[in-house]
Structures are given as structure tokens and as C-alpha cells.
Design a binder for this molecule. Structure first.
Ligand code: GLA
Length: 376
């Protein structure tokens, strides 16, 4: 199996859109290493849309934009690999990419071969300009088969936005991750919508093929390609990251990491949150609905490989809430002879539940608690 845990890395799209070139990719690669982000787990450097010339060469191959990538993709791959990182690229299942560059429809095998020749390790496969004559599942199976036969291990990142019930067939394509929803924006409403859409898809998240909630917006602060209305605040970024971590989404940075602020860096490099995301048991999270429920509150739990529980309480609404739920909801009976020890990851606070209940008093709007809990 190519991957055991959700992929982590950095992608150009959220901040840079079409304004990409090889200098940016090299600087981002350098920063990932120098900042410690790569040691924290962020390994893939991914060029999203807008890297290609508008026409293929005389052999039908994709060509990197000569102005943006004058040294070519193989040279960039060599640079990224020389820093110990992995190289990701992007194409699309349709005739064109979303930004109008050549897509891979009817070129799946030659394109997979080209990416292999360039020493690419990761391929994001988008869904714009798809031909109406074929179902999405056939389009993704084509590229899955082409990648499986290209002679190189290439992580297949499917990006059909959950369309045509992607969850039902995506594992038949060999994909290692799949976008469960539409595009993220750097605005709270987007985090709210993407998070609320996950519950019914959680049973489809599995080791080797992870539900992708889209690239992270942490650290964008309202600047860049997918920024809207001034972006999110730091509490919202922490809640966003906690959700993605607990629900085992791939963690792909989307900000300009070269200008990462300290508070965002602390969130993105929190080793305890990352450990939950990367837990190798890859058990599925489940939702707990407290008896006294608030519609905009999400509570999820996940059994970790060493027997601990990851528990997240998320107030996605605009009002302060006090949230209470019983330990029995977590599978803990009052006669089990053990005590649950809660460790809250962001504050570092340790506590023990009283009266067989976990109670979060006055959780602020858009705030969260993320616990690692152990029975002792
Ligand atoms: C789609 C994808 C995005 C990004 C853009 C690029 O919208 O969902 O993640 O790749 O295309 O054009």
C-alpha cells in the first residue's frame, strides 16, 4: 500500500492560483525544510493548475510553461527530491483543466507516463470540462489504471468534489485520497459548510484512501487566490485544523508558507494534533449527538491505535454554548474500573470528567476542544 496515513504537504492553489513558477516552488521547498514543517510531516510539494503550455508537443505530450518553468519538471523534481521531499503535480479528467489548460481526457496513458518520466510522486486529478459521454467513475478508473501501469509509484489524489456519489466508487479507481466536497475558501462559512457535509461520508474514510476535505487555509489571513472577506481569525484556523486532523483528512498547506505567522505555525506544527491525524490504526471517527444538542455543535470521537480516544468538540455556531455528553457515548461504562484522563491539546490542560460526563462550559463561537483521552 502506497500510503498508510493521510498525506501531508503544501499545494500552490489556495494562495497563488495561476501565479506560480519554479522559483516559488524551490523557495517553498526550502522553507518546508528550514522551518521544520517537513520534519513535522509535510512532505509533498504540489504544483496545482496553470503550470502547462496551452498546447501539447508534436508527440502529444504535456509541456511545462516555458516562462514559468524554464528548467522543466524533471529538474524541479530532482531539486525537491534532493531536499528529501516528494513532488506533486496536477491535471484533469476532462478535456481542459479548470483554468483552461490541456486536460488528460483520452491522454491518460501518455500523461501518466510523462509524469513518471518527470519523477512525479503525487497526481491531483480534477473534474472540469469532463466529457458527458463517460461516467466520472470510468474517467477516474482510466487514470487509476494508467498510473498503476506507468512504472512509478504515484499517489493518486482524486478531485471530483464528491460528484456522482464519488464515495461509492472511488476505491475502485485505486485513488489514495478523494475530495469529498467543493472548493474551500478562506472564510468561516466555508469551514462550516465543509465540516457539516462530512458526517454521512465518515464511513467511507479508510486507510489507504482518505476523505479529502480540501487544502488548508490556516495562515492565509485573507490574502491569496481563495481568500474572501478578510479570511478567518486564529481561533477559526485552530478549529479548522482540529477538524481536519480528527477526521483524518489529508493535511495540505495552502498559505504562503514563506510568510507564515507564528500563531499559524504553532497550529500547523502541533505534534499532538498531527499524531491524531496520522494515527496508523486509521479507525473511523463517529459523531456523538449530545442529548441536549445544539444544531451547530459537532462532537466526534475516534479510537486510536494505542487504545486512547481522540475527542473533538466543535462549536461551529455563532453563540456561546455549554456542551455536555456522557462517557457512555464513548463506550465507557461507570463500572469499567478505570478513569478517563482528558488532555486538551491546545491548552495543555489535563482533567478528569465528573459525574460520568464531559462538560465544556461556555465554549466560544467557532472555538473547539481537542482531547487525547486515556483510560487508566
Ligand atoms: C478545482 C479544484 C481546486 C483547484 C482548481 C484549479 O476548482 O477543486 O482544488 O485545483 O480546480 O483550477
Amino acid at each position: 500500500m502506497l500510503i498508510q496515513t493521510p498525506p501531508m504537504g503544501w499545494n500552490t492553489w489556495n494562495t497563488f492560483g495561476k501565479d506560480i513558477d519554479e522559483q516559488l516552488i524551490r523557495e517553498a521547498t526550502d522553507y518546508l525544510v528550514e522551518s521544520g514543517l517537513s520534519d513535522a510531516g509535510y512532505q509533498y510539494v504540489v504544483i496545482d493548475d496553470c503550470w502547462a503550455e496551452h498546447t501539447r508537443d508534436e508527440n502529444g505530450r504535456l509541456v511545462p510553461d516555458h516562462n514559468k518553468f524554464p528548467s522543466g519538471m524533471r529538474a524541479l523534481a530532482d531539486y525537491i527530491h534532493s531536499k528529501g521531499l516528494k513532488f506533486g503535480m496536477y491535471t484533469c479528467a476532462g478535456m481542459l483543466t479548470c483554468e483552461g489548460y490541456p486536460g488528460s481526457y483520452n491522454h491518460e496513458y501518455i500523461d501518466a507516463q510523462t509524469f513518471a518520466d518527470w519523477h512525479v510522486d503525487f497526481l491531483k486529478y480534477d473534474f472540469c470540462y469532463r466529457p458527458n459521454v463517460l461516467d466520472a467513475k470510468i474517467l477516474y478508473r482510466r487514470m487509476g489504471l494508467a498510473l498503476a501501469n506507468c512504472g512509478r509509484d504515484i499517489l493518486f489524489s482524486a478531485c471530483s468534489w464528491g460528484k456522482e456519489n464519488t464515495h461509492e466508487w472511488i476505491k475502485t479507481t485505486g485513488a489514495h485520497m478523494w475530495r469529498s466536497t467543493g472548493d474551500i475558501k478562506d472564510v468561516w462559512k466555508s469551514i462550516y459548510n465543509l465540516s457539516m457535509a462530512q458526517e454521512s461520508l465518515l464511513p467511507y474514510n479508510a486507510r489507504g484512501c482518505f476523505n479529502d476535505m480540501d487544502m488548508l487555509i490556516v495562515g492565509m489571513h485573507g490574502e491569496g487566490n481563495v481568500a474572501l472577506e478578510g479570511g478567518c481569525n486564529i481561533v477559526e484556523y485552530r478549529t479548522h485544523f482540529s477538524l481536519w486532523a480528527l477526521l483524518a483528512s489529508p493535511l495540505m498547506l495552502g498559505c504562503d508558507i514563506r510568510r507564515l505567522d507564528e500563531a499559524s505555525k504553532q497550529i500547523l506544527m502541533n505534534s499532538e494534533a498531527i499524531a491524531i491525524n496520522q494515527d496508523r490504526a486509521a479507525n473511523q471517527p463517529y459523531r456523538i449527538v449530545p442529548a441536549w444538542n445544539f444544531p451547530d455543535v459537532l462532537v466526534f470521537s475516534r479510537l486510536l491505535g494505542n487504545g486512547d480516544l481522540a475527542i473533538g468538540v466543535f462549536n461551529l455556531g455563532d453563540d456561546v454554548c455549554t456542551i455536555t455528553f456522557g462517557l457512555d457515548e464513548l463506550g465507557i461504562t461507570c463500572n469499567c474500573g478505570k478513569v478517563l484522563h482528558l488532555h486538551e491539546i491546545w491548552s495543555g490542560e489535563d482533567s478528569i470528567p465528573e459525574n460520568s460526563c464531559i462538560r465544556i462550559h461556555k465554549l466560544a463561537a467557532h472555538d473547539c476542544r481537542l482531547y487525547r483521552a486515556s483510560l487508566q
